[in-house]
Design a protein around this ligand. Structure first.
Ligand code: PMT
Length: 697
């Protein structure tokens, strides 16, 4: 992810400067090119020699080299970099950055920087909490800089509190997330409405509202920064278009906004309706200025069209629609009504009851509400709020793409991100080269082969592990191996990965000689190793796709079933339908049996409506997981000899124990009953949980 990225690291005079050395080393290890720029005072804390040695480049401290007279161009650095990280950033440097006080090379480089800037503050807790520092950080946020919040802990002053520079590993993670997000909307078309509408009464007067357009423009800027093709339909505002790539359509009235939005939407992947559209307009408009008569007057109003509702009716299965709700009271109830009525995928609630939220402020405080739950955010700059909203939308669009994958035809990246290990401790052989070559060959086969015709981005590849243990080997190239294969997917919005497939295959036999080419032909399974690998590749993709959409993995699971069927004639170990042991054939045949459909369907519900929701709304997530367990029981009752309900519990048991360490005793007891009916060997772990849980409650 960071390979080849050009990063400027700015180091300032803080005791945390030593962490800059770790940061440089981590980035260089990830094959990034690093240029360090130091402030004069930072040299009191860490030497330029340390940082130049670690980065492999001379460190820049002054405007020019006093020996050679060579000029150090901050302008060139600003054009060269893909990102700048100021870590540690002292209160003094943050103040200079906010105020544009360019009295050292680091600040001039910052002012010339064209790339995104990350700031990792480090200072004493009172300095960090001081209104002046907080104000300066707020200014930097409003410039679009990313503030990496300091952690709480013991500080150099021996006081405890917030002010410790974030650990270098987490700074690198934030940078990676940023680059991942940077292209997350490439190729997507997004429509955004922003600002107020003005409904004319006569040539000099109108009905309008206080919307400044700032929130909508921040959303447009964020979408454009992530590579989307943005159409921004803007009501009358005095803001500049925030990104050169944005197509802006200026309108004045709700009627004009309706026309522009309904024309643009059919070719878009998503629309975000942030405009404060007037609900009513004068039924008639006077041609000439209405004269004052001294009497009262009545203006008859008629309803404007509801743009969001119109797009909600027009919306196709692949499109996503996001609305806003500006409320003064009963926020969530009103927002939920709008979510349903306008057929939105989610709605962003902001309330005028919250200080600093709503019209015209540079900040906003929002909650994202969908049928899956509610996520509340603290008061943030509108740019940061836009990032949160767009991250949420990106995930929905990713899921929409995944659901469509069976019909997509374009290959860009491979599907698997497989780590392969080959443990040969059980066999005696001096011939280490053959094992190394085999391991590399399998890794390459799994990762470089296209298993589907669909397009996968690098970050969408499925993480999986193939752990081989060599049980027998003879120098003629005959191998017997066991294999533990496992695949995971991220739980959206958390750092947690969940297992989607795990299976231990006890008997794989094949022959392999150094330099053998690993090849696979679906119609002619002449190589048992690649047949087995292809079988598991399709299983992993199929299970992953089942977790993304209802029965979404059928195409790939059928391929796995096809391989298992064809392998029957070969007589290789591990395939035989007639064998009493679990084997590859019986696993896939079982999973594709109609009676197991509730299990396939629960894969989707469990992951998308259970785990993905749980981190935002634990009760809703747990409710969906509980329903999934009922589905598992149904499949077990219908097909009690099926292997799969047991297999599912085998790899989800710890996760389930964790989930039901929270919630009510009844929830836990219902699930415990199902789990232990299907697999009595899990009783002990659930009884222990029951004891702990009861004590805790
Ligand atoms: O522009 P700023 O000063 O930065 O302020 C931002 C904001 C407060 C305007 C913004 O955050 C916001 O809340 N926008 C929506 C305001 C609003 O009109 O909310 P509403 O609850 O009345 O409308 C609900 C949704 O329907 C909104 O998505 C709105 O765009 C849409 N709508 C409403 C009426 C209408 N005729 N057509 C619509 O599309």
């Amino acid at each position: 992810m960071l390979k080849g990225k050009k990063i400027v690291i700015g180091v300032t005079g803080s005791i945390a400067a030593y962490k800059a050395a770790i940061l440089v080393r981590l980035l260089v290890k990830q094959c990034a090119e690093v240029q360090v720029v130091m402030t004069p005072s930072s040299r009191e804390f860490i030497t330029p020699l340390t940082l130049s040695t670690l980065s492999g480049r001379p460190v820049l401290c002054d405007f020019f080299n006093s020996g050679s007279g060579e000029w150090h161009s901050h302008v060139e650095l600003g054009l060269w970099a893909d990102a700048m990280i100021i870590a540690p950033a002292t209160a003094a440097t943050i103040g200079k950055m906010a105020g544009g006080i360019a009295d050292n090379l680091l600040v001039t480089t910052y002012l010339s920087m064209k790339a995104p800037v990350f700031v990792a503050p480090a200072m004493d807790l009172d300095m960090f909490a001081h209104p002046s520092t907080q104000h300066n950080l707020q200014v930097l946020r409003s410039y679009g800089n990313h503030i990496i919040e300091p952690a709480a802990g013991e500080l150099a002053s021996h006081l405890c509190g917030k002010g410790r520079m974030e650990e270098p590993e987490n700074i690198v993670a934030a940078l990676k997330d940023f680059f991942l997000a940077a292209n997350s909307l490439a190729g997507k078309r997004i429509l955004i409405t922003a600002g107020p509408t003005y409904e004319k009464i006569d040539p000099v007067r109108f009905i309008g509202n206080y919307s400044s357009g700032k929130m909508g423009f921040a959303l447009a800027a964020e979408c454009a920064a992530r590579g989307a093709d943005v159409t921004l339909v803007a009501g009358p505002v005095s803001l500049k278009t925030p990104h050169a790539a944005i197509k802006r359509v200026d309108v004045e009235s709700a009627e004009e906004m309706y026309k522009a939005a309904t024309e643009a939407f059919p070719s878009c992947d998503a629309a975000i309706l942030c405009a404060a559209v007037a609900d009513y307009r004068p039924a008639t408009r006077a041609d000439k200025k209405i004269k004052r008569t001294g009497e009262g007057m009545t203006i008859e109003l008629e309803a404007n069209k509801d743009i969001a509702a119109a797009l909600g009716r027009q919306k196709s299965a692949e499109q996503r629609l996001v609305g806003f709700a500006l409320e003064t009271n009963d926020g969530e109830t009103n927002a939920r009504e709008k979510l349903a009525k306008k057929n939105l995928d989610f709605i962003v609630l902001n309330s005028l009851a919250d200080k600093g939220a709503g019209f015209a402020y540079d900040t906003n405080k929002v909650s994202i509400i969908s049928n899956e739950g509610v996520t509340e955010y603290p008061l943030k700059s509108k740019l940061e709020v836009a990032r949160d909203i767009i991250s949420h939308l990106s995930r929905l669009l990713l899921v929409a793409v995944m659901l469509l994958l069976p019909s997509a035809v374009m290959a860009s990246g491979e599907e698997l991100n497989a780590k392969v290990t080959l443990n040969r401790s059980k066999v005696q052989s001096a011939d280490s080269e053959v094992f190394e070559q085999l391991q590399d060959g399998i890794t390459q086969f799994l990762n470089e082969r296209k298993w589907t015709v669909n397009s996968y981005e690098e970050h969408e590849r499925i993480d999986c592990t193939f752990g081989f243990v060599v049980e027998n080997y003879s120098p003629d190239g005959s191998f017997t191996c066991s294999l533990m294969v496992q695949a995971t997917r991220p739980v959206y919005g958390s750092t947690y990965n969940t297992t989607t497939f795990k299976y231990e295959d006890k008997a794989i036999t094949f022959t392999y000689q150094p330099f053998d080419r690993l090849d696979f032909n679906e119609d002619n399974l002449d190589n048992n190793l690649t047949a087995v690998l292809a079988f598991y590749a399709y299983m992993i993709i199929g299970f992953d796709m089942d977790s993304m959409g209802d029965l979404g993995g059928s195409e790939w699971l059928n391929k796995a079933l096809n391989i298992a069927n064809n392998a029957q004639t070969l007589g290789d170990a591990g395939w035989r339908a007639s064998s009493s042991d679990n084997n590859r054939y019986s696993i896939i045949d079982d999973y594709m049996n109609g009676a197991l459909e509730p299990v396939r369907k629960l894969m989707h519900k469990y992951h998308r409506f259970g785990l993905d929701v749980m981190y935002k709304n634990a009760a809703n997530g747990r409710k969906a997981v509980g329903e999934c367990m009922t589905m598992l029981k149904q499949a077990y009752d219908d097909r009690s000899l099926s292997y799969f309900p047991k297999l599912f519990l085998e790899y989800k048991n710890d996760e389930l124990l964790n989930i039901y360490s929270q919630g009510s005793i009844k929830e836990r007891m219902d699930v415990q009953k199902i789990v232990t009916t299907i697999d009595a060997s899990l009783s002990t772990s659930w009884e222990k949980l029951a004891d702990d849980h009861t004590n805790q409650l």
